[in-house]
Ligand binder design. Structure first.
Ligand SMILES: [Zn+2]
Length: 602
């Protein structure tokens, strides 16, 4: 899409193999090192960077087939690496009605929700035995400032089972028909790590179902045809690529997700690198042989087989990995890419979300949810003993663990489990990831550094829910969410993420939030935790690669690394920081091949 200055220059050859593409004529920001560094030219061959340096040296690699791209002042950076998200979950989400508030959707009241659902029912007849599902409602931004209940949804239909998912993905609201389908009644016992909210007078479920209890509805979700999934997944990958992302995550994969991605990979249809982290409960089933996943072996972190086929395996697999409390017969293959898919390790859910008011806190909420006592702190999704057993298991078997931990009490549980595992098994370079780590206290962030934990922060919250968090947790705690500046100050590497589909996979918007931390109402949510644009970009390039044990392959523009690149219309380091979110991705390149250009869609 950029002016090609042609291939007329002679002087290639002479023993050197010519480059396929040479970029020059714009700021080329390498993201290597602690301070911004630019090179004049970048040369790419066979999907890898073969030169990053002077223009004159690059020109020596020009041959008759070399494409020379003049960036014309546009900016070239390493492709963005998503610290955490759920790309496979987007496949279903893509086709569901959206109940988000602006700027993602247009819902601002419970009446809007009812109207959207009624429209959807008219357009798409319900399938017997299946739920009608809509996504993205946000109680904190509804006019009524409360969750809808089953009564609100019964007004849409008394017979069709309807479920609406909260924007956090951590709770849902079911109408009476849906409760009936999932067999949740006043006699249903509480589900560990979850809550079935009830009418205090009758004990009947009020329709609001939190955390682990929400899995009761999963078997009744709408089914997509294979063709539809394949078609939508291509669109979803294009959406990710349109935001400059070249490495995506499937952050809590169920067996269907893993199988789908494996098949897509086999068919050669992954245009991004996707790292999948099966949910810990799923992995138990895999190990027990209840769920079959193919090609299952564990490779230690760092022993990547690259997509370009340069295998650097460490140990070729290892003995079967016993699961806590269970014998095991199968192997899982972890830590190597095959056709752009890598199973990165295991995902464990430690608690809920602050916007769902289920983040597990050490001190009580400033404003607890309606009807709950003033000492409400929410709750863990997993008992300490079970978490300890899983983390020890991970340490024994060289598995990277992603532990979702939003509240500081959940962070504490994770830290304790890592401290314990290192005591018992020994320190290893596994880089366990604290997913979100939003309310991590400074002292906890310091311990992460000592323990080799990588936090993956979620600064998008400062915009989307910053105002709500100030009400729910008080200004002091709200201002401390996603403490990037503190982490950077102590030299801790971290990533940053959008947790899509929780919020759109827009990396420049995310970068804007890390730099500005501006809420919807214009409050700077924690001025002291703002970071420079360069640090914000490190969290989606170099340090995110480190989180995936892929710093030898990705994250900076250095010779030998994959040519995963993004072209932006303006330089995030020199533009007015308030305008970073307006910067546009013009082109995304994966291993030397263009996978997105702005003219091609989105
Ligand atoms: Zn997530």
């Amino acid at each position: 899409m950029f002016a090609s200055v042609g291939c007329a220059v002679s002087g290639g050859g002479h023993g050197t193999v010519p480059a396929e593409t040479i970029y020059m004529g714009g700021p080329i920001l390498t993201m290597a090192g602690e301070r911004p560094a630019y090179v004049e030219a970048l040369a790419v061959r066979e999907g890898r960077i073969v030169h990053a340096g002077s223009r004159s040296a690059a020109m020596k690699q020009v041959g008759s087939g070399t494409r020379v791209v003049d960036l014309g002042g546009r900016v070239l950076l390493p492709g963005f690496i998503d610290g955490h998200g759920h790309i496979a979950d987007y496949i279903q989400q893509w086709t569901l009605p959206v109940l988000n508030p602006p700027p993602v959707g247009d819902v601002t009241s419970i009446e809007d929700i009812r109207r959207k659902l009624a429209e959807h029912l008219r357009e798409k007849p319900p399938v017997p035995g299946r739920l009608v599902v809509a996504v993205g409602y946000d109680d904190s931004l509804l006019k009524e400032r409360r969750h809808p209940t089953r009564v609100d949804l019964d007004a849409v239909s008394a017979d069709v089972p309807i479920v609406i998912l909260h924007t956090s993905g951590h709770l849902l609201v079911a109408n009476s028909a849906a409760l009936k389908l999932a067999r949740l009644t006043k006699d249903t016992e509480e589900i560990p790590g979850g809550v079935i909210q009830r009418d205090p007078a009758t004990g009947e479920p009020n329709g609001i179902i939190e955390e682990q209890a929400a899995y009761a509805f999963l078997p009744f979700f709408p089914r997509q045809t294979r063709e539809e999934q394949v078609r939508v997944f291509a669109e979803v990958q294009k959406l990710w690529a349109s935001h400059g992302i070249t490495t995506a995550q499937d952050g809590i994969a169920n067996p269907d997700n893993v199988k789908f991605l494996q098949e897509e990979a086999r068919q050669g249809r992954l245009m991004l690198d996707v790292v999948s982290y099966p949910m810990w409960k799923v992995l138990t089933k895999v190990m027990r042989g209840e769920v079959a996943l193919e090609g299952v072996e564990v490779y230690p972190p760092g022993s990547q087989v690259s997509n370009a086929g340069r295998a650097r395996p460490g140990r070729a697999g290892m003995e079967a990995v016993p699961v806590p409390g269970e014998g095991s017969t199968q192997r899982i293959r972890v830590g190597v890419y095959e056709n752009h898919l890598k199973i990165g390790g295991v995902k464990i859910t430690g608690d809920g979300s602050p916007q769902g008011k289920t983040a597990f806190m050490t001190l009580p909420y400033t404003r607890p949810p309606a009807g709950l006592p003033s000492d409400y702190r929410a709750y863990p999704s997993i008992e300490q003993a079970e978490l300890d057993a899983w983390v020890e298991w991970g340490y024994r078997n060289d598995l990277q663990m992603l532990v979702h931990s939003n509240g500081d009490a959940a962070v504490e549980a994770f830290l304790k489990s890592v401290e314990r595992a290192r005591r018992i098994v020994g320190a290893k370079d596994l880089r366990p990831v604290a997913i979100h780590a939003q309310f991590a206290r400074h002292e906890q962030v310091d311990r992460m550094k000592a323990l080799g934990i990588v936090p993956s922060f979620f600064t998008a919250h400062t915009f989307f829910w910053g105002d709500t968090h100030i009400e729910t947790f008080g200004a002091e705690r709200a201002f401390g969410i996603s403490p990037l500046a503190h982490a950077h100050g102590i030299g801790l590497k971290f990533s940053n993420h959008n947790d899509s589909p929780v919020v759109p996979p827009d990396i420049l918007m995310l970068t804007w939030t890390a730099v500005n931390r501006l809420s919807r109402s214009g409050v700077v949510v924690g001025p002291k935790e703002r970071v420079s644009p360069y640090v914000a970009l490190k969290a989606v390039t170099d340090w995110a690669a480190y989180q995936y044990h892929e710093e030898a392959e990705k994250g900076t523009l250095e010779v030998g690394k994959l040519a995963d690149l993004v072209v932006l219309d303006r330089n995030p380091l020199t533009v007015d920081p308030a305008r970073i979110r307006e910067i546009r991705v013009l082109e995304t390149i994966k291993e030397g091949k263009t996978i997105y250009t702005r003219s091609s869609g989105h």
